[in-house]
Write a protein that binds this ligand. Structure first.
Ligand code: ADP
Ligand code: ADP
Length: 221
């Protein structure tokens, strides 16, 4: 589903040059749940951003769903991201002055769809994360775990084939973290969604199919 071949990423500023990823080759199979671990600064977010086509590698090739991505225009990339990928972040990235339902509808605004269809799909996604009773709340009225469930609903509302999650349980206590993990496992098992998750938590990583460890930009396991 995701094929990375000899990915290298160099960040250059006037004075420093950082090799953030050093020749990473990785295949993520359709339906796989992969976790990525490693110390701070080892390149995890860079790798996830490259898989999500949010950032381009300095060298190497990325294929998603068998499609090469290096020649796509910005507009095509945005379209591809919106249709194939769902993103979840540690700090939720919800819009605080939009109600839960409106937050979840956001990714659908880029699709040709009526307001009624948007609402139906958003309610369905909120049902899947167990938040049907919070649709008219604002994010500030929710717990951290509930906010992350809204973010998951927003990530899945467009029925993406792939979910990329950057420390989705990083801001949550272990009970809420486990709830979020259970939802992700459910999506993976029931819907067959491919998931790549960055985590600092060995316990969460153990629940996934495979663990890749990075150290200093290189894959060590
Ligand atoms: P992690 O997610 O594992 O903490 P990152 O992918 O954020 O690691 O960073 C990998 C390396 O690249 C680090 O050394 C970091 O300082 C560097 N880096 C990340 N983003 C930038 C950037 N925009 N400009 C320069 N260096 C960066
Ligand atoms: P943090 O670990 O500080 O919480 P995030 O998980 O919020 O970081 O973000 C991880 C990466 O995704 C960052 O490199 C950030 O620039 C990028 N990012 C965050 N929000 C968005 C967004 N809405 N769209 C695209 N990229 C984003």
């Amino acid at each position: 589903m995701i094929q990375l071949q000899n990915i290298e990423k160099v960040y250059r500023t006037d004075t420093v040059q950082t090799l953030a990823l050093n020749s990473i080759s990785l295949d993520v199979a359709k339906g796989e749940f992969l976790s990525i671990m490693g110390p701070s600064g080892c390149g995890k977010s860079t790798l996830l951003n490259i898989m999500g086509l949010l950032d381009a590698p300095t060298k190497g090739e990325i294929k998603i769903a068998n499609q090469k991505t290096e020649h796509l225009s910005d507009k095509q990339l945005a379209h591809f991201r919106n249709n194939k990928l769902g993103f979840i972040f540690q700090s939720y990235h919800l819009i605080n002055d939009l109600k839960v339902l409106d937050n979840v509808e956001l990714p659908l605004l880029y699709r040709k769809m009526s307001a009624k269809e948007r609402k139906e799909l958003a309610l369905e996604a909120l049902g899947k994360v167990g938040l049907s009773n919070r649709v008219k709340h604002f994010p500030t009225q929710l717990s951290g775990g509930q906010k992350q469930r809204v973010a998951i609903a927003r990530a899945i509302v467009g029925q993406p084939e792939i979910i990329l999650a950057d420390e989705p349980t990083g801001n949550l206590d272990s009970a809420m973290g486990n709830e979020i993990m259970d939802i992700l496992i459910q999506l993976n098992v029931v819907e067959g969604t491919t998931i790549v998750m960055v985590t600092h938590d060995e316990h969460m990583a153990k629940k996934t199919h495979r663990l890749v460890r990075l150290f200093d930009g290189s894959q060590v396991q």
